[in-house]
Design a protein around this ligand. Structure first.
Ligand code: THU
Length: 133
């Protein structure tokens, strides 16, 4: 699967985001090594600390489907009403969750659109992440 297709998946799932508190909607598309794509969006809660990020929603879906090997994740996010997106970098907690399941060369695609994006490695975004493995 090419990166543009993965970004389109993230853009598409972003419309399902549940973000009535921040009004900041995020979509993520996680590519497993068998080419399956797992999609996630942020899911907020009135008890704010319980809110889930799009990236972790995608990872939980993939793990619950038996996946353990991942290649890349595409992330798009911005204010609900905003037409022109800014780059939406994964938060520190999501980077640590990626460290649990991914190798250091796992690709994190931070995108404004399918022709405006930057590809980082997990090692670049979270050097020295905590791991017991
Ligand atoms: N959020 C994500 O889903 N992923 C990110 O990479 C950054 C932030 C969500 C959490 C919260 O629902 C909203 O964006 C505003 O912080």
């Amino acid at each position: 699967m090419n990166l543009e297709t993965l970004i389109r998946e993230a853009e598409d799932v972003r419309r399902f985001s549940y973000a009535p508190y921040s009004r900041f909607t995020v979509g993520a598309a996680l590519l497993a090594s068998d080419d399956t794509v797992y999609r996630g969006c942020n899911v907020e809660n009135a008890s704010f600390a319980l809110s889930l990020c799009a990236e972790r929603t995608a990872f939980c879906s993939a793990i619950a489907d038996g996946q353990r090997h991942f290649v890349a994740i595409a992330i798009v996010g911005g204010e609900e009403t905003q037409d022109h997106l800014e780059y939406c970098f994964p938060c520190g907690s999501c980077r640590q969750v990626m460290t649990e399941f991914c190798e250091s060369d796992f690709e994190i695609i931070v995108a404004k659109s399918c022709n405006d994006y930057t590809v980082y490695t997990l090692k670049e975004l979270l050097p020295h992440g905590f791991s017991l493995k």
